[in-house]
Design a protein. Structure first.
Lengths: 290, 393, 813
């Protein structure tokens, strides 16, 4: 029972890590840059959704849609002010710039949204049902489902739509993509929007299980980066799988060995795995050329 | 909640910054009261509560002419909840801003790091929140550290006592936040349990961002826990209650004052009421005149406060309010802002009808904690109100 | 170091010292914190600035240093002076250990390993309660005793400032030492570093160790300074701040970490009065600083100074004896037998064998894609051959690592030069010298020998193209090689420069070195080679003296294609007159100081097929990229039916109807054939299924492969696909860049008949191809480009008759 409940816990958490990590993957694939403050994007999703749904009393689907739209805008903003000015000059200062922007956003939310954690209680999310003596919240199943659905949506978007194929083209060969008439900077900016939407969706999904405050995303953002790297940041499904694996391993360590070792062991594992597989579990080696 | 984040307040801050250092010192300078606490990040709300308690008290004191013919002025610094930042801020306030008394914040390690500086600089340090035992019992002589707040060690004893009396607890399980405060209570609870020959079913820690505490709780359940002792801030405490809901485990929870730090019922759901926790003060229910007065002042000063449920965490406001009044009395007794004289002034405080209680000679060279175990009340959340346990069934 | 910066630094340190001496306890503590942060920054600069390895886990080393001292002094009651070296040693050792996994990973993977390391340290401290005091840490760390009296905070602060000054000096020494240059070499180009005999693994491990040691030292001082250690002082954000110190100051600069630490430590203090708004403003101001100075503040200042510096020119003449023909150089032949390698099932080199004799120039030639560079890469140790032997004298070197091969005496240059861009010209040579010390005079001589006349202290990255080539050759010579591999050294050089280069290569061989040359310029190859090996599709097809090879019919066919010498199949009615569709006027474009295109005038009329011919490196591809908008900025005009394209980015050029089928096909390998075709029509909204069907009719092979991944297609199929993809945009002008590149002759014939069909459909085409014969057979008109200028133009027949072409291609009349 301990193990089973740990696995259920891990699946829910892990798919959320996977969703956030998918955001890292999307931008890295097209531009080799990421928003290091992905946790802030996640927080924004939850904060916007809460503000619309609870404070303004909008219906939840509308609130969520509006929140995701704002997240997309924020993603475009991140790329425009914290990534593009540096990536264009071949400088890697975007690493620092996205962190700085994250600090600004976290604090701006602290002073506008409020300093108290708020509960985002949705009737369909708070109840729980019991299967074989294990209590499960519907959300714990909804999150993996949504995670897989979004990953699948990304998969189909990139393979079935014009915009998605343009994105794949940029991933594979930016110069050739330009020759197809694809506006590469716009695709990159779109990837950041998409990335932030994924993070925002993770935030909205997790909010009813958790609570909403300006600081809620920091730790998740970091773990999601670990997951993205672990999965091999170039592979979408790899990242999603690594998220689930990481979540389950984390919960299993807590359940079997005790919470004392969770953080130490899970991060030590990251080092060990990367030492053994320098391109992550599912990543492909970059071909060296001279 | 709205905040004062307006352009005007920004300009005011900027102007104060610019002028503050440029203006020459005047004869009737205000008495500076320093505050080093977390003002940003997860604990920002707690820092704000202390700020509000102090501000209300200072406004009240200044309106009645201040002390020694001088008014009080509050100077605040953000310690970002890290000791390294805290000690720099404390040094700045003591050596550069020359505050008469320094208030600490909610993080025990930050306060512990600041204590030696204060004893060395001979400037009184007042703790309105951090409950770590060694803050006041720091071994220094003379000791410049005072406190108007709970003390973990005593709260932990009270928790065990309360659980044994009300729930017949034989095998408690500990679920503690993995931060210094949790560690301090682990120590206190272990000591309290050892004294009563109680063996715990298990001791589990969790992170403040853990969404699901089911694995830890399942371990405690399998260890045979009949009661949970909880020490965690409001958000994580709510995670524990929600995880218990999912497990369908009905177990009594006896908690430190964490749940009072916010809208616990909103965060934890209907089972929030199962958590019995300790408080130094509650703005709910019938208030004595001081309580009614403070509530009125809070509502007048802060537009976001509409009633007692908006005063969170109440302990921060209440402790800071009383502590500030006690500090004013000490300065009055000292007749100067000299640190050692103020320290002596604390010992000379007679009776003071405060918010939490009427203090009667609260401090002496042996006693630097104004709050004693008799001042704790056991409370629970009923809807959005913190009420004494048993008031509503 | 120059006098002015030294004086400024000395003044800065003196001011910091005096200020700390006289000010109150608050400022003392701030100055101490500043100094400690600077110390970590200096260490991190060794890793990040010199070696180019990022670490987001330095707070881990800092914590190890701090906790070691706290545990030694409080728990074990040991003296600070015992604890301090232990703390440094332990941090450094941990750094060396972390280097093991860290060296295997790069980029974001490395970042993650270091982040994870920081977390492991932080949480281990939290959980190892009995030793570290857990969450509450260790309080009451005593002050160090100096001559029996405890130091005050002021004393520690002054000490820390003095140490910072010392470390700045040490950093300056290290960065100028051979190890420092080796680190920068690894940062600039790991490939080139190996090729001059450096072992990147050892160098990176050293950088990690030094850097961790510095962080440990700072941590060791932090403990007694603050009197306590707690885990929360060593959180992840602190690691980010350390990196910020280096980046804001200027990575790799001597004083960068000082400036960075000043900003990162003082800015929060200045903003302290903002209370809860401090972090908000700190974040915003950091963004502003990064915008203003993305290279770091000191980095930007240095860049400005560099532009104003007086150059120190190389000597005009040289002593040839310096090159390596001295007694220490053993004359050794390079022997290659049965060298074979395949990539993903494609045979890139099969059974390649030749011998390169000392004192001789051995050339490896063949059409593009013949596998020449692959062979060089195997010789140099960059690829491990599947089979075959390479012997250098008596030593078998096949499959050894690049730096070992380099040390064995085999030096090389690269197609795109791999200089250490951030280092000066002279430093590039010094780092390559086996002796490392006292080699500057020889380095200057070598530069003079290769004919470098520029500034000895210029940054290699700022050099014009020709100088890069020369410096790279000089650097290769600096390793005292017995064999020198040169990969297309003449590419992109002017005629005069090529002549000088040819002479230089001859002189190098005359000095007793075995020169192995891969080169497209046949005039050079035929002029200076003693022995020529011809490769085609990875297989040697001929070998012998230049004359013998030139006469070889297999070689002529491989180079010029079947169509060469065949009378042009002139078609009826080519619209050579009439409205110009494309008009290019005085087009100039380039990649560095030296333009590649030097004023091209060109004109294509609607319905025409125009060929642009010229040897490799003449600027043909740059012309195509400029026309397509991939290369910007350009000077001059590009007008399509009167509308200016010169300032448009590539995707908007496509929208105007100019579509490039790029060199090397550039299909999207992971997408299906159909998706590739559809992507060609990305901008069109009026696409019909019939049109796709039409394209499959035109290229029936593609229909069979419709749903296969494009990466799995053969070269010829990929080329068809690339053309089909280009046509899908319905271009008014189709640019074809080297469509026959690397294709087998039969495939080339198929390709050209497809092009012939296109021409008959009145698609306007501008074609670049090295298969001059075929191109001319197809074209209405042609231009010949040499060294970025048009040297001949006319109808296809006129150009074919001139015979200048054969000379340009094969250097044979």
């Amino acid at each position: 029972m301990l193990v089973v409940s740990a696995i259920i816990t891990g699946l829910g958490l892990g798919s959320m890590y996977g969703l956030l990590a998918l955001g890292f993957h999307v931008t890295y694939a097209v531009s080799a840059t990421v928003n290091f403050a992905q946790g802030s994007s996640m927080m924004l999703g939850a904060v916007f959704a809460y503000s619309f749904a609870v404070r303004l009393g909008w219906p939840v689907p509308l609130a969520a849609a509006m929140a995701l739209a704002l997240c997309a805008l924020y993603g475009i903003l991140v790329e425009f002010i914290a990534v593009r000015p540096f990536a264009r000059r071949g400088s890697n200062a975007w690493l620092m710039a996205t962190v700085a922007l994250g600090i600004v956003v976290d604090n701006a939310v602290l002073f506008t949204f409020g300093k108290e954690p708020r509960g985002f209680n949705m009737p369909w999310a708070t109840g729980s049902f019991t299967v074989f003596g294990i209590g499960i919240s519907p959300l714990q199943l909804a999150i993996p489902a949504a995670g897989i659905a979004l990953a699948a949506a990304l998969h189909f978007y990139s393979r079935r739509t014009r915009g998605g194929k343009a994105m794949l083209a940029v991933v594979q060969n930016p110069d050739a993509a330009r020759l197809m008439g694809i506006n590469v900077p716009r695709v990159i900016s779109g990837a950041f929007a998409l990335s932030t939407v994924f993070a925002g969706a993770a935030g909205i999904l997790i909010a009813p299980l958790f609570n909403v405050h300006s600081d809620m995303g920091t730790v998740f953002g970091l773990k999601a980066f670990a997951v993205a790297i672990l999965g091999g940041i170039t592979s979408a499904w790899g990242v999603m799988i690594a998220g689930v694996v990481f979540g389950v391993v984390e919960a299993l360590i807590t359940a079997l060995l005790g919470s004392t070792y969770t953080q130490i062991l899970s991060f030590a594992l990251v080092i060990v795995v990367l030492a053994a597989m320098p391109n992550g579990l599912f990543g492909r080696a970059e071909v060296k050329k001279v | 909640m709205k905040t004062a984040w307006t352009r005007r307040s920004f300009i005011a801050t900027a102007v104060t910054l610019a002028l503050g250092s440029a203006l020459p010192a005047l004869a009737a300078d205000p008495i500076k009261i320093g505050l080093v606490t977390a003002l940003s990040g997860q604990s920002a709300r707690a820092g704000e509560a202390i700020t509000r308690g102090l501000t209300i008290a200072i406004d009240e004191l200044n309106a009645s002419g201040g002390v020694l013919g001088r008014s009080f002025e509050l100077v605040r610094r953000d310690d970002e909840a890290t000791p390294a930042k805290g000690v720099i801020a404390a040094r700045e306030l003591v050596f550069k801003e020359k505050v008469a008394v320094l208030f600490g914040g909610l993080d025990t390690p930050v306060s512990l790091a600041i204590v030696p500086i204060m004893n060395q600089a001979k400037v009184p340090f007042m703790g309105p929140w951090a409950a770590g035992t060694p803050i006041t019992k720091n071994g220094a002589n003379p000791n410049y550290v005072f406190r108007v707040s709970a003390v973990d060690e005593i709260v932990d004893k009270a928790m065990l006592q309360y659980a044994q009396k009300n729930f017949g607890t034989k095998k408690p399980g500990l679920i503690l936040i993995n931060n210094p405060w949790g560690a301090s209570n682990e120590k206190g609870l272990r000591a309290a349990m050892a004294a009563k020959q109680v063996t715990p079913a298990g001791i589990e820690k969790f992170e403040s961002n853990d969404i699901d505490v089911v694995p830890q709780l399942t371990r405690l359940k399998q260890g045979g826990a009949d009661t949970l002792f909880m020490a965690a801030n409001v958000g994580p405490s709510a995670q524990v209650v929600k995880s218990l809901d999912r497990m369908g485990w009905q177990v009594p929870i006896v908690s430190h004052w964490g749940p009072a730090g916010g809208r616990f019922t909103e965060l934890a759901g209907p089972n929030a009421k199962n958590v019995h926790f300790v408080q130094t003060y509650s703005f709910f229910g019938n208030q004595r005149p001081v309580g009614a007065k403070v509530m009125k002042m809070l509502m007048a000063k802060y537009p976001d406060i509409k009633g007692p449920d908006d005063v969170t965490p109440a302990v921060g406001v209440a402790n800071a309010y009383d502590a500030m009044h006690l500090v004013a009395l000490a300065i009055k007794n000292a007749g100067s802002t000299d640190g050692s004289k103020i320290r002596e002034g604390f010992y000379k405080i007679g009776t003071y009808a405060g918010l939490i209680k009427t203090y009667d000679k609260p401090f002496s060279p042996a006693v630097h904690d104004a709050i004693t175990e008799n001042d704790y009340v056991w409370t629970q959340f009923i809807d959005n109100k913190i009420l004494p346990v048993g008031m509503v069934k | 170091m120059k006098a002015l910066p030294v004086a400024a630094l000395a003044a800065g340190f003196a001011a910091a010292f005096v200020f700390t001496w006289v000010s109150n306890d608050y400022y003392v503590f701030v100055m101490a914190t500043l100094a400690l942060t600077a110390i970590v920054g200096i260490g991190l600069n060794v890793l990040l600035g010199l070696t180019g390895q990022v670490s987001f886990g330095h707070v881990g080393f800092y914590a190890i240093g701090a906790y070691t001292v706290a545990i030694f002094m409080v728990r074990l009651k040991l003296d600070f002076w015992i604890a301090l070296p232990a703390a440094i040693a332990l941090s450094a050792l941990t750094g060396a250990l972390l280097a093991l996994p860290a060296l295997r990973v790069r980029g974001p993977y490395l970042a993650m390993v270091t982040i994870a390391f920081g977390f492991v340290v932080e949480h281990s401290i939290v959980e190892w309660d009995e030793v570290t005091g857990g969450q509450n840490g260790i309080m009451g760390v005593p002050k160090p005793l100096l001559f029996g009296t405890p130091l005050t905070e002021r004393g520690i602060a002054l000490g820390a400032i003095a140490l910072t000054a010392l470390l700045v000096y040490a950093f300056w020494r290290v960065s100028r030492s051979s190890w420092g240059s080796a680190m920068r070499a690894v940062k600039d180009s790991e490939v080139a570093a190996e090729s001059v005999g450096l072992n990147p693994i050892a160098i990176k491990a050293l950088a990690f160790t030094l850097s961790a040691g510095c962080a440990g030292l700072a941590g060791a001082l932090f403990s007694p300074l603050s009197g306590f250690v707690t885990p929360s002082s060593f959180a992840f954000l602190q690691s980010i701040l350390f990196v910020l110190v280096v980046i804001v100051g200027g990575a790799g600069t001597v004083s960068g970490p000082l400036i960075g630490a000043t900003i990162v430590v003082l800015l929060p203090e200045v903003l302290a009065g903002l209370a809860e708004y401090r972090l908000l403003f700190f974040g915003a101001l950091m963004l502003v600083v990064l915008w203003v100075a993305p290279e770091g503040i000191v980095g930007e200042v240095l860049r400005w100074i560099r532009r104003r510096r007086e150059p120190v020119l190389a000597a005009p003449t040289a002593d040839a004896a310096m090159v390596g023909a001295d007694s220490s150089t053993v004359r050794t032949a390079l022997e290659v037998k049965g060298l074979t390698i395949a990539f993903g099932g494609v045979q890139a080199a099969v059974d390649v064998a030749f011998a390169a004799q000392p004192g001789a120039v051995t050339s490896l030639i063949g059409p593009n894609g013949a596998g020449k560079t692959t062979v060089l890469n195997m010789l140099g140790g960059f690829y491990r051959p599947d089979a075959g032997q390479v012997t250098l004298g008596a030593r078998a070197i096949a499959g050894a690592s690049a730096w070992r091969i380099a040390r064995a005496g085999l030096a090389r240059t690269y197609q795109t030069s791999q200089l250490f861009g951030s280092m000066s010209v002279l430093e590039n040579l010094v780092i390559a010298s086996p002796e490392r010390a006292g080699t500057e005079p020889r380095a200057e001589q070598l530069l003079a020998f290769v004919g470098y006349r520029g500034d000895l202290h210029a940054r290699a990255a700022d050099l014009p193209h020709v100088d890069r080539r020369l410096v790279e050759i000089a650097r290769a010579l600096a390793t005292r090689p017995t064999v020198l591999l040169l990969d297309e050294p003449a590419a992109g050089l002017s005629r005069d420069d090529k002549g000088a280069l040819a002479q230089l290569m001859r002189r190098i061989a005359d000095a007793g070195i075995a020169v192995v040359l891969v080169e497209h310029d046949m005039e050079i190859v035929m002029g200076i080679s003693d022995h020529v090996v011809v490769l085609d599709a990875g297989t040697p097809i001929a070998a012998g003296t230049p004359q013998a090879v030139q006469q070889d019919p297999a070689v002529r066919s491989a180079y010029l294609g079947e169509g060469h010498g065949r009378p042009a199949v002139r078609r009826a009615g080519g619209a050579t007159a009439g409205e110009a569709l494309l008009e290019v006027g005085r087009l100039e474009a380039g990649y560095g100081a030296e333009p590649v295109l030097k004023g091209i005038d060109l004109r294509v009329t609607a319905g025409e097929l125009v060929a642009v011919l010229g040897a490799n490196g003449a600027g043909k591809s740059t012309l195509m990229r400029s026309l397509a908008g991939l290369h910007r900025p350009v000077r001059g005009s590009i007008a399509l039916a009167g509308a200016d394209l010169a300032r448009l980015p590539a995707h908007r050029v496509v929208a105007r109807g100019v579509v490039l089928v790029p060199e090397g096909r550039q299909v999207f390998p992971e997408l299906s054939v159909l998706d590739n075709i559809l992507l060609g029509a990305h901008l069109r909204r009026d696409l019909s299924d019939a049109e796709v069907e039409g394209m499959f009719e035109r290229f029936p092979r593609l229909r069979e492969r419709r749903d296969q991944r494009a990466g799995l297609l053969s070269g010829g199929e990929q080329q068809m696909l690339a053309i089909a993809r280009g046509l899908m945009a319905k271009p008014s002008l189709l640019l074809l860049d080297e469509p026959s590149l690397g294709l087998a002759p039969t495939i080339i014939n198929q390709l050209f008949s497809a092009l012939d069909r296109l021409r008959s459909e009145a698609v306007t085409i501008l074609l670049v191809d090295q298969m001059a014969g075929l191109a001319l057979a197809l074209a209405d008109r042609a231009y010949v480009i040499e060294s970025g200028r048009i040297t001949a133009q006319g109808t296809a027949a006129e150009i074919a008759a001139q015979g200048a072409l054969e000379k340009a291609y094969l250097a044979a009349g």
